[in-house]
Ligand binder design. Structure first.
Ligand code: BYC
Length: 482
């Protein structure tokens, strides 16, 4: 069987010859029931027996890797899929640059590597937990199917990290794999590891913002890990990135469709001022200022996921050849960064100022800057829709110092333009910039399910094309079977 094909014969679909790797196969088979228990307890609530039109990976070839069919989610074939090896791959950066990529864990970097894999792994089930109530209020079967597709693939990404832990890290890898099933998003005693993954995803606008902003952090981090000198991690991340693209598509188009519906309704009602919030809300659509506030929140929470501005962890991981920069292989420099500098925004004398830091210790910032550029592309598309309707409003990403809980700016309060506010001013102005309880209540009041094939809730426009080119009234989820 070629590397591009997946062996579906056993319990765990894979393209890593698991059948010949008895120790790891047994370890994964032992982990499997705990995973299914976790999925039943913490996966999509209320739809575990529904038939969902899902794509399943049948290969790792970029073309034609997926097959679409109706599947009950607990029967989804979660498996271990690595992108094909690149012949004679070399480590592309850091102090081992030019050496052969590692096929086994380099002993000196074992702990660092395990920590990166565990953190990556922890985010995947966390997001499923955060989104578990959303099926009940889906604005259409199309959206419900997309939610569940994202969820099963996050489950598969957990499998991807667990495979690495089980195969390469012995007893402590097995313990970490267990712990990934024990932590819970938002639990005060056993929370998920990173801040944003303990927040709630209470409504569908949040879901789309999460998949737009937070899954995009996933993309950036996976791109950086795909550069890893540890080849199995690189290959795993390369395949995960093909799945991640759909998640960001769901987010970007979801927000676009909400913006579109709002603009259409405003135009129809003859409202040209986007700040006439009460009037807009009476139309049963989400006002643009509320969409802006949600974007402010999800963007700022996601910036925290890049860690501290100055980080020895990031410097060490790069120096060791474990985690590179975004698309390291396309950058032109010495790929070692021992002497270079990078400008970092910092809080100096209560002012936000650029300061040159050593390029190695500023790697989190470099990735974050690349992320912001990437985020702005979709925001531009949202604004195009608003402009096409002739409405004077522009969605803007807030300043990176706004509403931060990690790093330099967690010590201060900045507004969306980066002006430093006193604590009293912050408290006074907070709900201008972040969703207020009345914003939340209003959005929640719209979250009524629409489960008729081909129909959409009134606050969101239908998509331009169906999934797998299906017609508009296609029954993406057969709930009757639930
Ligand atoms: N919350 O040296 P620093 C995804 C901790 S998303 C809580 O600056 P570093 C997905 C940090 O752990 C992508 N704690 O950190 C998306 C450290 O603690 P220790 C997930 C935080 O290591 C949607 C200390 O503060 N993958 O895939 O340079 C759906 C000092 O910090 C936070 C990865 O993140 C935080 N936000 O950078 C599903 C890739 N930030 O160790 C999935 C793997 C920092 O001193 N992880 N801390 O006790 C990494 O590369 C890095 O760990 C981080 C942090 C970029 C997260």
């Amino acid at each position: 069987m070629s590397m591009a094909q997946v062996d579906y014969d056993g319990l765990i679909p894979n393209n890593v010859a698991l059948g010949q790797d008895v120790r790891v196969k047994r370890a994964l088979e032992k982990w499997h029931p705990g995973y299914i228990d976790w999925w039943m307890d913490m996966g999509p609530e209320g739809f575990q027996t529904a038939l969902v039109y899902l794509r399943t990976a049948i290969g790792v070839d970029p073309k034609g890797w997926a097959k679409f069919d109706y599947v009950k989610m607990p029967e989804y074939r979660w498996g271990v899929l690595l992108a094909p090896p690149r012949e004679e791959r070399k480590i592309a950066f850091g102090s081992h640059k030019g050496e052969d990529a590692w096929q086994e864990v380099p002993g000196e970097y074992r702990a660092m590597l395990r920590r990166l894999i565990v953190i990556q792994g922890d985010t995947e089930p966390a997001s499923v937990e955060q989104q578990r109530h959303l099926g009940m209020t889906a604005p259409s079967l199309y959206d419900m199917r997309n939610l569940f597709q994202v969820n099963v693939e996050e489950g598969r990404h957990l499998w991807a990290m667990v495979y690495l832990l089980q195969k390469y890290f012995g007893t402590d890898g097995r313990e970490e794999a267990e712990a990934l099933l024990q932590r819970r998003s938002g639990d005060p005693d056993t929370p998920r590891m990173l801040g944003a993954f303990n927040e709630k995803t209470p409504d569908w606008l949040s879901f789309f913002m999460f998949t737009y902003f937070t899954d995009r952090d996933g993309k950036m981090q996976l791109e950086a890990l795909a550069q890893s000198g540890f080849d199995p991690l690189s290959r795993t991340c390369r395949f995960m990135l093909t799945e991640e693209a759909h998640h960001m598509f769901v987010g970007e188009t979801g927000v676009t469709r909400i913006v579109q519906r709002t603009c259409e309704a405003m135009k129809q009602a003859g409202i040209s001022d986007p700040h006439e919030i009460d009037k807009v809300r009476k139309l049963g659509v989400i006002d643009l200022p509320a969409i802006q506030k949600k974007a402010n929140m999800h963007f700022s929470l996601t910036l925290d996921l890049f860690g501290n501005e100055i980080s020895t962890n990031a410097a060490n991981a790069f120096h060791a050849g474990l985690k590179g920069r975004y698309r390291e292989d396309r950058l032109e420099d010495d790929h070692q960064l021992e002497s270079g500098t990078y400008p970092v925004l910092r809080l100096i004398d209560e002012k936000i100022q650029n300061e040159d830091a050593s390029a190695l210790s500023a790697l989190n910032m470099r990735l974050r800057d690349d992320y912001v550029v990437d985020c702005n592309i979709g925001v531009g598309r949202w604004n195009k829709v608003i402009a096409e309707h002739g409405i004077p409003f522009e969605i803007k990403l807030p300043h990176v110092a706004f509403h931060r809980h990690i790093g330099e700016f967690s010590r201060t309060n900045a507004d969306v333009d980066g002006n430093i506010l006193s604590p009293a001013e912050w408290t006074k102005r907070r709900t201008e910039m972040l969703p207020s309880s009345s914003d939340r209540d209003f959005i929640e009041s719209l979250m009524k399910p629409e489960f008729t094939p081909g129909k959409f809730a009134g606050w969101i426009a239908p998509p331009r094309v169906g999934i797998d080119n299906k017609p508009g009234d296609f029954e993406y989820v057969k709930i009757a079977d639930a």
